[in-house]
Design a binder for this molecule. Structure first.
Ligand SMILES: CC(C)(COP(=O)(O)OP(=O)(O)OC[C@H]1O[C@@H](n2cnc3c(N)ncnc32)[C@H](O)[C@@H]1OP(=O)(O)O)[C@@H](O)C(=O)NCCC(=O)NCCS
Length: 375
């Protein structure tokens, strides 16, 4: 049998999808046909969740009912709070993975793999992610979790549950935009991993836990945290050029640059860039933005090799300006991405085929077995 080696499954088309379209050469991203730029300007996270999970933009009535359902799913079972207390010393991403794994045991639809049940589970998971992240963050700081508020939007309620204070309009708008921009992105590593689990006909929670584990790495969700660390190391725009040159000379990557699919600027980056600029201006902390701008300028020569800024480059500075600690950056990505994971899993279930690639064996053959006492 003739086989082709496709390391990292680069350029391999896994399946068809109706959820998102990416043109990596032109830097285009559409959610169900709508350009990310229109959604970033006119829509909000809840509406985009509905669009992704239910296939079309909601009417006012549908959106109202959807929001009510999300609000009703926000409170966590008390047993989950206890689980989060037990893992309070864990990295927030590990706590999220553990909390969501445990939450499966309390989901009334856990054993039902019908489409209707999976849509209900998707909505519940979307509402529960921020609650798990916020509760763990409070507990690890020696504070009690803050009960969710019914009158706040998804983004506002998350910020409220983190700090116990009602966030500013500007903070809510930044968080909402960040969630919206991260909501769905095709067969990225974590969504692909979720599809692999779903393709065995395992349940939705198992597939989501797989995705959380996959998002954690610095080549995927961890990049924003790494960019923030880099910005702190650079410390001043005047030091950016030398820092970048030295890093590249050591064969290291500049975090927040490059993308497996985009060989032009990631279309989400411009919205985060603008938020980073405006939040920096309004909080009087413009240094982060200035350093990032300088790094972007110093990286311009690499554009000819298709290495452009990606969504994570400015995301870290936005979180930082919102007062969010670095180890919450990846869980925040997960809170934004949960509807995307869910729709990818739903699509996999709708037209399932076991995902099982091959490996090209390069080891020795015909090795004679040596008994234990002769080795
Ligand atoms: C995202 C990423 C893993 C995609 O990588 P990929 O599609 O596998 O591309 P490759 O790793 O094959 O890189 C192709 C070339 O570009 C270079 N490159 C890619 N990203 C780079 C970066 N951020 N900084 C410097 N060089 C980079 C590689 O070194 C490689 O050069 P070579 O051909 O001389 O070896 C990669 O760009 C990266 O590590 N980026 C930093 C992490 C990041 O920001 N991740 C968030 C993505 S949203």
């Amino acid at each position: 049998m003739e086989t082709t080696l496709a390391r990292g499954l680069k350029d391999v088309v896994l399946d068809t999808t109706e959820s998102s379209f990416i043109d990596g050469e032109a830097g285009i991203l559409l959610y169900r046909g709508y350009t990310i730029h229109d959604l970033a300007e006119y829509s909000n996270f809840e509406e985009v969740c509905y669009l992704l999970l239910h296939g079309s933009l909601p009417t006012a009535e549908e959106l109202g009912a959807f929001r009510k359902r999300l609000v009703s799913y926000r409170a966590l079972p008390k047993e989950i709070i206890e689980v989060l207390r037990l893992v309070q010393g864990a990295h927030p991403m590990d706590a999220l993975r553990t909390g969501i794994s445990a939450i499966a045991a309390f989901d009334p639809d856990v054993a039902d793999n019908s489409r209707e049940a999976n849509v209900r589970k998707s909505e519940r998971l979307t509402a529960q992610f921020p609650s798990v992240v916020a509760a763990h963050h409070r507990i690890r700081r020696g504070l009690e979790p803050v009960a969710p508020r019914e009158d706040l939007s998804h983004a506002a309620n998350f910020l409220y549950m983190l700090d116990g204070k009602e966030p500013s309009k500007e903070a809510v708008a930044a968080m909402d935009l960040d969630f919206l921009l991260h909501a769905e992105h095709g067969a990225n590593a974590s969504a692909f991993a979720a599809r692999v689990t779903a393709s065995t006909l395992a349940d939705m929670h198992s597939a989501i836990v797989t995705a959380i584990g996959t998002l954690k790495g610095p080549l995927h969700g961890g990049a924003a945290e790494a960019v923030q660390e880099m910005t702190e190391e650079i410390g001043d725009p005047s030091r950016a050029e030398e820092y970048i040159k030295a890093k590249i000379a050591r064969g290291e990557r500049i975090m927040g640059f490059g993308h497996r699919v985009y060989k032009a600027e990631d279309p989400r980056a411009r919205h985060m860039r603008e938020k980073s600029r405006s939040l920096g201006e309004s909080t009087g902390q413009e240094d982060w933005y200035k350093i990032l701008q300088q790094v972007e300028k110093d990286m311009a020569p690499y554009q000819s090799r298709g290495i452009f800024v990606n969504v994570d480059f400015y995301a870290g500075s936005v979180y930082n300006l919102l007062g969010i600690p670095e180890d919450l950056f990846v869980p925040i990505f997960a809170i934004g991405r949960i509807p995307g994971w869910c729709i990818e899993i739903l699509e996999q279930f709708d037209n399932n085929m076991l995902i099982r690639p091959l490996l090209q064996y390069v080891g020795p053959k015909d090795v004679a077995y040596v008994p234990l006492d002769k080795r």
